[in-house]
Design a binder for this molecule. Structure first.
Ligand code: F6R
Length: 368
């Protein structure tokens, strides 16, 4: 039931504050991750983790890419992320004490299942953790450890609340591995937990900018292409924004790490190429600002979703939408993704596409 919403996608976008509260429920308390969050036996596995290998497809892959920045930066645990269809056909090398994490909304994605089956054939003792939204799925049945994302049923083909709850689940994994392996200071754990508890409210604030995002969507609807730029954990968020836009509005969209502009994509920039970027307040902001100057100097129309304190202002052909303020490195990708979901949604509605059921796509990709 879509309730008061015109599409399931919009309903599911608006369910995110509650979905995330549900993901956190009973798993954190008093500034800590609770020992039972990942089930019995998890701590012993996490204590000896030396590497993390994440396997996923599509939107779930983008969530994994964000987690890679967290694991390496915060825990100093090497973390690799790969799309399942490549991973399981290239004969990958997995070193001992690698925690394999399969990320999937449906738990029935053929490539993701094939990848974990291959790993299990190779070494039945190697632990596989499933982060999944479907309790009865094949992935959940075939994994050793499970964390349910608890997003609730996701009907829209374009994934939104599943992605946000995957990010929160990966943050819980970061905490659990950090604690069990002694790689995270207690004060850091408390900071991250406090940040996670604020995420539902901050998403709600970001959702309240929906009307402004719809106005921006009107400026994009006639475009044929769009370029999404981000740095650090915002690079996978740019990829996710581009995927959402292409999936449901059929506008060709590409994402690049902003630092790669000069290495090729800058050649595409002129007044017909809108550039969409995400500007949180972090140590990369100055670099991002110079990338922004490069594209506006070449006549691109620029759309920036920014931290209120980023010091960016709208001008001719530059549209700055302040989204949030003072968010940490775990919360930032979760929150800055929200306006990109809304942007894709509103562009698709304006174009009149079948938003919940985009052409050629299936909700669950059960064949390779
Ligand atoms: C995009 C989308 C797909 C899925 C992908 C993986 O909006 O929904 O890219 O993310 O097919 O699906 P799951 O997570 O079910 O394995």
């Amino acid at each position: 039931d879509r309730g008061r919403f015109r599409h399931f996608m919009l309903k599911e976008i608006h369910e995110q504050p509650q979905a995330i509260a549900d993901t956190l429920e009973g798993r954190i308390a008093h500034g800590h991750i609770l020992p039972a969050a990942f089930g019995v036996g998890a701590d012993a596995i996490f204590a000896s983790v030396e590497r993390v290998q994440i396997i996923a497809c599509g939107t779930s892959y983008h969530a994994g890419m964000v987690a890679r920045y967290w694991f390496e930066d915060i825990l100093r645990v090497p973390c690799a992320v790969e799309v399942a269809s490549e991973f399981h056909y290239r004969n990958p090398v997995i070193s001992p004490n690698t925690l394999v994490v399969a990320l999937s909304q449906s738990g029935e994605t053929a490539d993701t299942l094939a990848a974990i089956r291959m790993l299990k054939r190779e070494d039945p003792e190697r632990p596989v953790l499933a982060i999944c939204n479907a309790p009865e799925s094949s992935l959940v049945r075939e994994s050793d450890l499970v964390l349910m994302t608890r997003a609730g049923p996701e009907i829209s083909v374009a994934s939104t609340k599943a992605f946000s709850t995957q990010l929160v689940s990966l943050a819980l994994l970061l905490l659990a591995v950090g604690r069990a392996s002694g790689r995270m200071e207690e004060a850091e754990e408390e900071r991250i937990v406090a940040g996670l508890e604020k995420v539902p409210g901050r998403i709600q604030d970001a959702l309240d900018h929906g009307d402004r995002v719809r106005e921006l969507a009107e400026l994009l609807v006639e475009k044929e292409h769009a370029l999404f730029l981000g740095r650090g954990p915002m690079y996978p968020i740019a990829m996710e924004g581009a995927l959402k836009l292409k999936e449901i509005s059929y506008i060709h969209a590409e994402a690049y790490p902003a630092g790669e502009l000069k290495h090729g994509p800058l050649a595409l920039i002129d007044e017909t190429m809108p550039v969409i970027t995400i500007a949180p307040q972090n140590e990369l902001l100055d670099k991002l600002k110079s990338n922004i100057a490069e594209v506006t100097a070449r006549g691109a129309e620029l759309f920036v979703f920014a931290d209120e304190r980023a010091g960016l202002h709208s001008a001719d052909f530059t549209h700055v939408l302040p989204v949030t303020s003072n968010v940490g490195r775990i919360s930032a990708p979760i929150i800055f993704n929200i306006p990109l979901q809304l942007l894709a949604y509103h562009v698709a509605v304006l174009k009149g596409t079948d938003v919940d059921q985009p052409r050629n796509l299936a909700k669950s990709v059960t064949v390779e």
